[in-house]
Design a protein around this ligand. Structure first.
Ligand SMILES: [Ca+2]
Ligand SMILES: [Ca+2]
Length: 154
């Protein structure tokens, strides 16, 4: 069955049109486009599949600037205060950003205190959670909202 996200409530910033991001995507000052999906919640893999189908990936925090902009944006918008998958996952013990073609090593991290803790021995995907939208490693099958990212359309 194809994954179909719910449309966020009307009036949300994510529905505003942008010059360079598709409708439903938010443009950042760093010239990335983000799409916030709060429901229905999905596993990391299903979420990643949706983002790939949309021409992007689950969001990748490529540096501290990107992390802090996205956190600030979410803190400022009440409808974005949900736990969300981003594109980090663990492969052979190493944390990577999942790319459309190749993965990349995670350089700038934003782990919550005492995370990643691999709590049940199977926490191989990264969610953002809590009021600060910091990172937690979590079992990939857990249902969560998620954030996709793609490049600007030129
Ligand atoms: Ca990124
Ligand atoms: Ca954890």
């Amino acid at each position: 069955m194809q994954y179909k996200p719910a449309i966020l409530p009307s009036g949300s910033d994510t529905e505003k049109r942008s010059d360079s991001c598709p409708n439903g995507w938010v443009k950042s000052p760093l010239n990335n486009c983000y799409r916030f999906v709060s429901s229905p919640k999905a596993s990391w893999k299903t979420a990643q599949g949706f983002c790939l189908d949309e021409g992007g990936t689950l969001a990748t925090m490529d540096n501290a600037d990107e992390t802090y902009w996205l956190k600030g944006y979410r803190l400022f918008h009440a409808n974005l205060h949900f736990s969300a998958w981003i594109g980090g996952y663990k492969k052979n013990g190493q944390w990577l950003w999942h790319g459309r073609i190749t993965d990349s090593t995670i350089v700038a991290t934003d782990w919550a205190p005492s995370e990643p803790n691999n709590a049940n021995g199977n926490e191989d995907c990264i969610e953002t959670y809590g009021s600060g939208h910091v990172w937690n490693d979590l079992a990939c099958h857990e249902p969560r909202g998620f954030i996709c990212e793609k490049d600007l359309d030129f």
